[in-house]
Design a protein around this ligand. Sequence first.
Ligand SMILES: [Zn+2]
Length: 72
Amino acid sequence: MKKIVTIITLLFFVFVQCKDKHQHEGSKIQKEDQSGPEYTSAYICPMHCKGSGSDIPGTCPVCGMEYEKNEH
Ligand SMILES: [Zn+2]
């Protein structure tokens, strides 16, 4: 019986470590996504399309929406 408990404990630790890793990677991806010009430019697309964002007002070349002033 002691062996089974050891195996279950081991499996539990593996499971927890996997979960932690996934959560960490998820937050890393989210952070990277918001560091692009579609988030940091003075004028940005409301949809944050990839390749959008400008120093001057205009429209998004991807979706055609008007740029919004970046308040961040
Ligand atoms: Zn857009």
